[in-house]
Design a binder for this molecule. Structure first.
Ligand SMILES: C[S@@+](CC[C@H](N)C(=O)[O-])C[C@H]1O[C@@H](n2cnc3c(N)ncnc32)[C@H](O)[C@@H]1O
Length: 288
């Protein structure tokens, strides 16, 4: 039931006023960078109703007071999960992995073999298929990669998906999305069904909110941030793109999602190189 005007009651009988919606939208913008226009009101009302019931909250104002109260971290991440999607899969948007394999990895692997340091970041990695896809490709190209200083970082704002990624136990139907040439890894899964240790050891997973300053000292040779910035408004996207550009080595690659658009100050310092793929232009030089 959607009442005309400013009040919306969902099936559970909780009423979301315009004021409640604005307070939730402000909270989500401030803490997660999520931009929600009033068209999202029915979605917010429907998705949060069950959470209110589970938390025995009397109404949306009670719920907001809890979100703003002490020890609310768990409730905050639950809210984020309800407002976003964690959908992901192995080899998603495969053209990026083809670019990684053909254009990016050969020189990075060579550098690692010569004793250099290589870092790749999957930012907003959800449950981990994106960094595990990278790990499979790298391992296929260089089976002794574990001997070198070549690491992948996988981060997400949601602690629950990060915990899932650390455990790395994927259902068979999801593993079935792995292309035939990499499928040989599947029978090598650990007895407990986890991804094999040699892939897990290449990746470090952690919780990180992309709208906060990045805590890294070193730079990344490639950053994947795909299907995350769709939740942000243009000013937030531009800040995040700029922060990525500044975190890249000269000539480093940035991959963004198919429905995302590069804009703002970062655009001037990045050279387009294929679909939603950018190279950090070295100072005074061309990208390639
Ligand atoms: C649709 S998934 C994308 C997963 C993967 N990159 C892919 O393309 O398959 C979006 C992820 O972005 C995360 N996310 C949303 N806002 C974020 C933020 N402010 N900082 C970091 N991660 C965020 C969500 O928790 C979710 O796991």
């Amino acid at each position: 039931m959607i009442a005309a005007g400013s009040i919306e009651a969902n099936q559970d009988g909780f009423t979301l006023t315009d004021q409640d919606f604005e307070a939730i939208a402000d909270f989500a913008y401030k803490h997660f960078g999520l931009a929600m226009s009033s068209s999202k009101k029915p979605l917010v009302s429907a998705r949060l109703a069950r959470q209110l019931r589970q938390q025995n909250a009397g109404n949306f104002k009670d719920y907001l007071a809890r979100l703003n109260g002490k020890n609310s971290n768990e409730e905050r991440s639950k809210l984020l999960s309800l407002l976003t999607t964690n959908v992901t899969h192995f080899f998603r948007e495969p053209h990026h992995f083809e670019t990684l394999r053909k254009d990016v990895l050969p020189s990075l692997i060579e550098r690692a073999r010569n004793g250099g340091r290589v870092r790749i970041w999957s930012a907003g990695c959800s449950k981990g298929p994106e960094p595990f896809t990278m790990a499979m490709i790298i391992h296929n190209m260089c089976p002794d990669i574990g001997r070198y200083d070549f690491k992948i970082l996988g981060t997400d704002i949601d602690p629950q998906v990060v915990q899932f990624a650390k455990t790395a136990k994927y259902p068979q139907e999801e593993l079935g999305q792995i292309p035939a040439e990499y499928r040989s890894l599947v029978p090598k899964m650990e007895a407990d069904g986890r991804m094999p240790a040699h892939l897990r050891s290449m990746i470090t997973f952690g919780v990180l909110n992309l709208i906060e300053p990045f805590p890294f000292k070193g730079k990344f040779d490639a950053i994947f941030c795909r299907n995350v910035a769709i939740y942000f408004d243009t000013p937030t996207q531009q800040k995040v793109w700029q922060a990525f550009q500044r975190s890249l080595t000269p000539g480093g690659y940035l991959f963004i999602g198919h429905s995302e658009r590069m804009s703002g100050p970062a655009e001037e310092k990045l050279t387009t190189s294929g679909i939603t793929t950018y190279i950090n232009t070295p100072p005074g030089g061309s990208a390639q």
